[in-house]
Design a protein around this ligand. Sequence first.
Ligand code: S3P
Length: 170
Amino acid sequence: MSRQRRKLVYLLGFMGCGKSTVGKLLATELGWPFIDLDTVIEAGQGLSIRAIFENSGEVFFRQLERAALIETSKSEPAVIALGGGTFAQQPNVDFIRETGGITVWLDCPAEVLWARCENMDHRPLFRNAESFRCLLVDRLPYYRLADFRVSTEGLEPAGVAQQILRLGVF
Ligand code: S3P
């Protein structure tokens, strides 16, 4: 088991749960850099996530995602917002655990996730109600492996960031 890295936090959860928004606020509060994994991947390819999926498919995207995860995990201190599928790949779960970083699942009610994702066209895995439900059901067992669960229900992003700060790990 690697040493605990209390200055490395991974935010995880389904598309639309607020990982990036909350992550930026949390990083500001902590005075740490914020890293958005999807942004790192897009910058590396010079393409949007949607274009990467369309041009090269999900398997290739997952390879890029894993490489970006390994690279960004060298940073400390850092707040890292994962993609919705990052922590739903067992090798990534194992890798993140080995880093000793803290994992926080932003648990958001399904109807809120749905409402947020419904009108966005930059999420290639968000297609319809059925695919949304299946993905969520598949991923919940992984998200539950996080060190901490923070319910976002009824909270603004700043309130979620405050909840994370109150976890007593910083
Ligand atoms: C994905 C979620 C997206 C992005 C990609 C795949 C997923 O990130 O990484 O479209 O598999 O759920 P967000 O959760 O930030 O939307």
